[in-house]
Design a protein around this ligand. Sequence first.
Ligand SMILES: [Zn+2]
Length: 421
Amino acid sequence: MEYCKRCLYPANARPGILFDEEGVCSGCRLIETRMGMDFNEREKEFRELLNEYKARQRAKGNPYDCIIPVSGGKDSTWQVYVVKERFGLNPLCVSYNHTFNTALGVRNLTNLIEKMDVNLVRYTTAPGSAIRMAKYMLEKVGDVTWHYHAGIMTFPIKAAVMYDVPLMVWGEEGFSDLVGMYDQDDMVEFTKKKRQEHSMRGFEPEDLLDDPDCPLTAYDLAPFFYPTDEQLEEVGVRGIYMSNYLKWDGYEQTRFVMEKFGFETAQKRERTPNIYAKLDDIHANGLHDYLKYLKFGYGRATDDASMEIRWGRMTREEGIESVRQMDHVRPSDLDIFLKTSGMTEQAVMDLVEPMRDHSIWTKNSQGEWETNDSVVNHEDDEGVDAVRMPLNPDTPVIKPTKEKISRHSQTFNEQTEYVLL
Ligand SMILES: [Zn+2]
């Protein structure tokens, strides 16, 4: 397997990665362009755009200038801060509750609406629907979080139509960041197609209803039906990404929201060195990512350490050590899923079996799957030093915040059930 000579990504990374002649991946190159970019002009453009929508909404007598989809993660807090405090808009925050929450995520969402003093519309899926959808999609595509992505990507636009608020302000255009799918100059906007292809694995709820073998009902899938063209045109809905206009750096943003608004981090994670990203849903770094590991042979430690390396906050060698220790770890939240779904671990493994990527996984003579390579074997590859990202001395490691006491008293890794609300 070929691995990026700067970060840790393998050539089979999803959703697709390219290496240049120096062996550096498209994700690394994108961060490089972003680092050197002057965002002043973009920021001006962003301000004008926000002001235009704000004026329109206020002329209509609508109390909301824009919609901000939020989850309670670090990015949500940052987005609301920027839009409300720095640019002076009144946002309506919208959140889709997939029900597979961590106690920590719920505390951070509560903290966000309290500290920012904003209105929140939250759609909560029936817990039974959530588990039915997770089981079905696990079987179909090996993913227990399809309903999150469908909900997070669709409910805000439904709210835009419902409340007559045309502008949705999304945070990061995430695919650019991971693997450099888009260029910083593409100025990608939210579309139905992008949502369906990248976030919903190509499935609209209508497709699932048409499938006679699918046990899901319109009630289960209700928050995922996209508004009609007429509805969208009437409101004039548009979704923009803040990361196209402002210098997006999850690390700096986290430090800021921790200090200014008391955003809480995890204490310690099982499968990643990162204690500040994707804290709100219990399976993100756990079962969801473990399934990715079982399919493609790399996990969240690869993703998160690569990001740290690209920004000069971790050496490639430290990143490789994280991968060595964490990428393969069986997540403890798998037990919560097994208990709630009534499935056995073997049944989950059997479903993953045909989804293994044979470019990285091989069955040994005992019939067990083994990875046939790892970035661990590429620590001293030729050319690594030539493209090395120097460490930035101004970026100290983020230390865990003191855990707050709430009615959900378990710590992140000890949580034994989903926190619904
Ligand atoms: Zn790279």
